[in-house]
Unconditional design. Structure first.
Length: 79
């Protein structure tokens, strides 16, 4: 047993880069979810991604399970 109280704890989605990739709180950091519908994405195969800059200029990536979900998400943001 380690003396480090943080050892073995998984960071929440807000504390990790997993949040930017669509992973949900408490999920394995390697799991990615569609920004539009929330379905899991098989990341060992090609999947559509949209990028944008947030208010402070940081690059954000938004993954999608299909091009249809990506198109719907983009249409909703532009309208």
């Amino acid at each position: 047993m380690s003396d480090d109280p943080d050892e073995g704890e998984r960071p929440s989605a807000s504390e990790s880069d997993a949040a930017d990739s669509g992973a949900t709180d408490g999920a394995d950091a390697s799991e990615t979810y569609c920004e539009q519908c929330g379905d899991p994405i098989e990341t060992n195969e090609w999947y559509p991604v949209t990028s944008d800059r947030d208010e402070d200029g940081s690059l954000q990536l938004y993954p999608f399970c299909t091009e249809d979900c990506q198109s719907t998400w983009l249409d909703e943001r532009s309208g």
